[in-house]
Every structure is written in C-alpha cells, then in structure tokens.
Design a protein around this ligand. Structure first.
Ligand code: SF4
Ligand code: SF4
Length: 220
C-alpha cells in the first residue's frame, strides 16, 4: 500500500468558502473517534471573512518527528508523515510546540498526539481524502499537478515555505497566483494586510432616498 507517485494534495485558500464541510467529514472518520484533523483559520477576521483550511503539510524533513524524543512519528517512503504511534507517544507536546504550521493536537484523554495523515487508509488505496471528497468549491483538491494546472490556469502549486532562515519543503502543495512566487514567506504573510472586498450599502441607500429621475409614464 502506497500513494500513487503522481497524486498529491492541493490547498487553494482563495476558493475556501468557510462552509466547514471538510471539518465535519474529517470528524466522522472512524480512525480518530469524532475529532477533526483539519481546521479553518481566518486570514484577517477584522477585514475579511476569508478562511483557509489547515492540514498537515507533510514536510520533507518533518520538525515534529525531529523533536520527538520517543521516535513516535514516522514518515513513509511515499512522503506521508504519519500520526504518532500510540505505544511510543509519551504526550510530551514537543511536536505540538515545534510544528511551524501549528498542526499536531494533543488528545489529553488518550495521552496521544493526533494529526492529519492524509487519510492514508484511503489515499494509499487510490481514494481521495475525506475532506477533498466533500469540499464543494475544490479548495481541497486531490489529483495530479497536470490536472490542477489545466483546471486553474491563473494559479500554480508551490511547496516551499520560508520561516526566518529556514526553508521547508512539503508534500502538500499550496496554490498561489501564477507569477514569480516560488517561495512562500510565512513570516511576511503573517504581517501583511488581507486584501478585502469591502461591500458597502451606499449605492442601495442612495437609490432608496433619491427621487427617481424617470417618472412613470402617464396613462392617457
Ligand atoms: S506540518 Fe507539522 S505536523 Fe505536519 S509534518 Fe510538518 S512539522 Fe509535522
Ligand atoms: S469544505 Fe472546502 S470550502 Fe468548505 S470549509 Fe472546507 S476547505 Fe473551505
């Protein structure tokens, strides 16, 4: 069992409509007992309702595994970083603190770190992850690079993230506007202002209170 080498997971934040279907679908998976391994973040809630789905990015050199003193987190040959192995995890929270994307969660009841494993039971059998199978806007997309580039010609996948002096490459790809961006500067994006599409009611109100310049035709 392994994931087909040409398939991967794409996140297209601009298409997320915040419906939470992915969160619900993930929480219904029997392997993690009612907990969702995906969550939504608001990009800048003060200025925009835009949300972005957050899953494990499946780093090529996973910091979570590097800081685990119990060697409980394994990365399979097909590039998927598995959730912590229960017999090994000592619930020290190192991975929770170290992950640059804020992904692992500690299940205090089970004393076990849990995180997205890209629905390995499904994807290694040729099926889509649950979240990608329910996302109505395809903000979460499972397929090949060729498929997504054909479907979305104005964007392109990127999988290099800059955190200070460190560059992290991931199996999961983030869709960015087509152009010169090849490296996503995570710190700079935290400090940038969200592009908001402000909706005002000025036009509606002015039309309501201004006299209609075209009088109704008179019946003769
Ligand atoms: S995103 Fe976080 S949890 Fe996922 S592999 Fe990278 S360091 Fe580990
Ligand atoms: S299902 Fe898709 S659109 Fe809905 S919240 Fe999740 S990522 Fe966003």
């Amino acid at each position: 069992m392994a994931i087909a080498s040409d398939k991967t997971f794409f996140i297209d934040p601009a298409r997320c409509i915040g419906c939470q279907a992915c969160v619900q679908a993930c929480s219904e998976c029997a392997t993690h007992r009612g907990q969702s391994m995906i969550h939504l973040e608001y990009i800048d809630r003060r200025h925009s309702p835009q949300t972005v789905p957050v899953v494990c990015m499946h780093c090529d050199s996973p910091t979570c595994a590097e800081v685990c003193p119990a060697d409980a987190i394994k990365r399979t040959d097909d590039g998927v970083v598995q959730t912590a192995r229960k017999p090994r995890c000592i619930a020290c929270n190192n991975c929770v603190l170290a992950c640059p994307f804020g992904v692992p969660k500690m299940d205090a009841g089970a004393n076990l770190m849990m995180k997205c494993d890209m629905c390995y039971d499904r994807t290694s059998e040729g099926l889509k992850p649950w979240c990608a199978s329910v996302c109505p806007s395809q903000a979460l997309f499972w397929g090949t690079r060729e498929e997504i580039e054909k479907l979305r010609p104005s964007s392109k996948p990127a999988n290099a993230f800059q955190f200070g002096n460190q560059t992290i490459h991931t199996k999961v790809q983030m869709m960015v506007p087509r152009g010169p961006i090849n490296l996503i500067d995570a710190i700079a994006s935290l400090n940038s202002t969200a592009v908001s599409h402000e909706v005002t009611d000025d036009i509606l109100l002015s039309n309501l209170f201004e006299p209609d310049p075209s009088p109704l035709p008179q019946n003769r």
